[in-house]
Design a protein around this ligand. Sequence first.
Ligand SMILES: *[C@@H]1O[C@H](CO)[C@@H](O)[C@H](O)[C@H]1NC(C)=O
Ligand SMILES: *[C@@H]1O[C@H](CO)[C@@H](O)[C@H](O)[C@H]1NC(C)=O
Ligand SMILES: *[C@@H]1O[C@H](CO)[C@@H](O)[C@H](O)[C@H]1NC(C)=O
Ligand SMILES: *[C@@H]1O[C@H](CO)[C@@H](O)[C@H](O)[C@H]1NC(C)=O
Ligand SMILES: *[C@@H]1O[C@H](CO)[C@@H](O)[C@H](O)[C@H]1NC(C)=O
Length: 203
Amino acid sequence: MGKIVHFGVWIGIAFVVTCVRTMDTAVAESEITIISRAEWGARPPKSRVNMTSPVPYVIIHHSYEPDVCLNRSQCEKFVRGIQNFHMDTRGWDDIGYNFLVGGNGDVFEGRGWDVVGAQAGPDWNSRSIGICFIGNFTDKLPPKEAISAGKALILLGVEKKKVVTNYTLYGHRQVRPTECPGNEFFKLVTQWDHWKPRNYTAE
Ligand SMILES: *[C@@H]1O[C@H](CO)[C@@H](O)[C@H](O)[C@H]1NC(C)=O
Ligand SMILES: *[C@@H]1O[C@H](CO)[C@@H](O)[C@H](O)[C@H]1NC(C)=O
Ligand SMILES: *[C@@H]1O[C@H](CO)[C@@H](O)[C@H](O)[C@H]1NC(C)=O
Ligand SMILES: *[C@@H]1O[C@H](CO)[C@@H](O)[C@H](O)[C@H]1NC(C)=O
Ligand SMILES: *[C@@H]1O[C@H](CO)[C@@H](O)[C@H](O)[C@H]1NC(C)=O
C-alpha cells in the first residue's frame, strides 16, 4: 500500500516536471521569431570562432545608436547598419552581438549561439551570449515586446543547452567601462532573474 502511494507520488512529480519543461520550451519558442542572417540580408563573416557551449554568462547591451525601431523593415535596416559599422569602421569579422532585439519584439540572429562574438572584450566573448536591445535606453525602457522577447530568448538558450541553467546575467557596464545598456534599462536588468551584482574594475 505504502509503496503504491509512493509510486503514485513519483509519477505525479515526473508528470509535473515533464509538463513544465515542455511548456517552457513551447513558451520560449512561440514567443519569439528569430530572423535569420539570410532573412535580414547579412554580409558573410570574414572569419568565425566556434563557441564552446553551454556558456555561463549572458550580457545585455543597448545599441545607443541607432535609437529604437518599431517595425520589421526599419529594424532590419538598423541591423544591417550595425553590421556595416562593426565590420567597416570597427574592423571586426562580423556584427559583434550574438543576437539583437528590435523594439517590436523581433529577434535578429547576429553571430548566433555557436559563434564567439565581439561584444564584451576578450575575457568574456567566449564565455557569454551578448544580446543587444536596439535603442538608446539611457532615459527610457525598451518597449515591453522587446523585453519579453529578450527574456524568452535567454530561456530558449537554456532549453537548447547553449546557456547553462544557472547562468549569470550582467549588463555590459559590469564587465567593461561603458554606460551600456543605458541607465534606465540597466536598472530594470538588475531585477531580472539570474542578475548578480558586480562592478567593473580594470582587468
Ligand atoms: C566549427 O563549427 C562548424 C559547424 O558546426 C564546423 O563545421 C567546424 O568544423 C568547426 N570548426 C572548428 C575549428 O572546430
Ligand atoms: C516603419 O517605421 C518607419 C519609421 O517610423 C516608418 O517610416 C515606416 O513607414 C514604417 N514601415 C512600416 C511598414 O510600417
Ligand atoms: C541618448 O539618450 C540620451 C538621454 O535622452 C541623450 O542625452 C543622448 O544624446 C542620446 N544619444 C544619442 C546618440 O541620441
Ligand atoms: C552552476 O552549476 C555548476 C554545475 O553544478 C557549478 O559547477 C557552478 O559552480 C554553478 N555556477 C554558479 C554561478 O552557481
Ligand atoms: C558596486 O558599487 C556600488 C556603488 O559604489 C556599491 O554600492 C556596491 O556595493 C558595489 N557592488 C559590488 C558587488 O562591489
